[in-house]
Design a protein around this ligand. Sequence first.
Ligand SMILES: NC(=O)c1ccc[n+]([C@@H]2O[C@H](COP(=O)([O-])OP(=O)(O)OC[C@H]3O[C@@H](n4cnc5c(N)ncnc54)[C@H](O)[C@@H]3O)[C@@H](O)[C@H]2O)c1
Length: 314
Amino acid sequence: MRNKLLITGGLGYIGSFTAKNIFTKSKKKVYVIDNLSRGNTFAKKYSNSKILNISQKKAQEFIINKKINTILHLAALTCVRESIYNKDMYYKDFKSQIKFIKFLKKTDVKYFIFSSSLSVFEGSKIKKNLSPYSDYKLKLENYLKKLSSRNFKVIVLRYPNIIGSDPSGELGEKNNFISRIVPFFYKNILAKKKNLLYFDFKRKKFPQRSYVHVNDISNINIKVINNFKKFNKNFYIFNISNRKQYSNFQVLEELSKLMNINPKYEVKQISKKESITQVYKLGDDISKYINYKFKYLNLQKILKTNLKWFKKIY
Ligand SMILES: NC(=O)c1ccc[n+]([C@@H]2O[C@H](COP(=O)([O-])OP(=O)(O)OC[C@H]3O[C@@H](n4cnc5c(N)ncnc54)[C@H](O)[C@@H]3O)[C@@H](O)[C@H]2O)c1
C-alpha cells in the first residue's frame, strides 16, 4: 500500500522542515492541515496545505476525501510554561486531540505517528508533578495505546527540545505567542537586555536538556514514515535523543560567543512542574528499526544554523 501521508501542524516549526525535506528527497508535496494559530507560511510552497483546525468537520472530510492512510500528527499547543499559566487553553486542546484521534479510528488511517515530549521525564523516571502540557501528552499516549490495533498502528516519538534553523536562512522557528529558549536569548542579547535563566536553588542546578536539530528530527520523522512496515507491533514509544545534554546557561554562553557579546543574565527559581533533567535511559531503541545518524551534535554548530534565519525575522 502506498503512503498517503498527511502532516497535521505541517506549517509549524517541525512540520515545515519535514514537509520541505520530503519535497527535497521525492519532489512530492505532502498534504498538510494547519490552523496557522502558531505556524507561518514560510514553507507553504513545500506542501499542499489547507488552513483547517483538527477539530473541524472539514478537516475530517479532507482526511476521508484524500484517502489518507498515514498521519504525522504535530498539530498541538506546545509549551510547558504556557500550559502552567494558561491551563484552560491546554485543556481545550487536549479535548480536541481526543476527538480527533477518536475520529481517525473510523477512517482508512492505518499508521499514526504522535509527537510527544521528553518533558514527561525527570531523569529516567516519569515526573510526578507534571505540567498540563506534559500531563496531556502522557494521557494521549495512553489513550493511543488503548486504541492501537492491527489496523491502527501507533508510533509515539517523544521529542527532546528541538532547536536550530535551516543554515540557508530559508526556514526556522517563528512563533508570535511563545518564545522558546534560543530565539528568546537571541532577541535579548540583541537588545542588550538581561536574559532570564531558570535555576533550581535547592539543587543548585541549571536545568539540563537534550537538544536535537530540527533537520535531524524531521529526517527521523521521514525514516519512521518510510519504514512503518518494519514495526510489527501495534504500539511503540521511542524516546528520541542524541545523548547530549546542555544547560540553559551553556546555551546562552555559546550563543553569546557566536554573537560576540558578553552575556548578561539574572536567575529565577524554576517551577516544580518543569523538569530539571530530561531522560537518561532510552526506552525501546529506535535504531533497531531505522538507521539514523545525527548530523548536528555540536551545540555551537546547531546554534550557528540560526543566525541567518534570526537576522531575517528579527
Ligand atoms: N519544538 C519542540 O521543542 C518540541 C519538543 C517536544 C515535542 N514537540 C511536539 O512536536 C509537535 C510540533 O511542535 P512544533 O515545535 O513544530 O510546534 P509549532 O507550534 O511550531 O507547530 C504546531 C503547528 O500546529 C498548528 N496547530 C496547533 N493547533 C492546531 C489545531 N488545533 N488544528 C490545526 N493546526 C494546529 C500550529 O498553527 C502550528 O503550525 C507538537 O505536538 C509538540 O508538542 C515539540
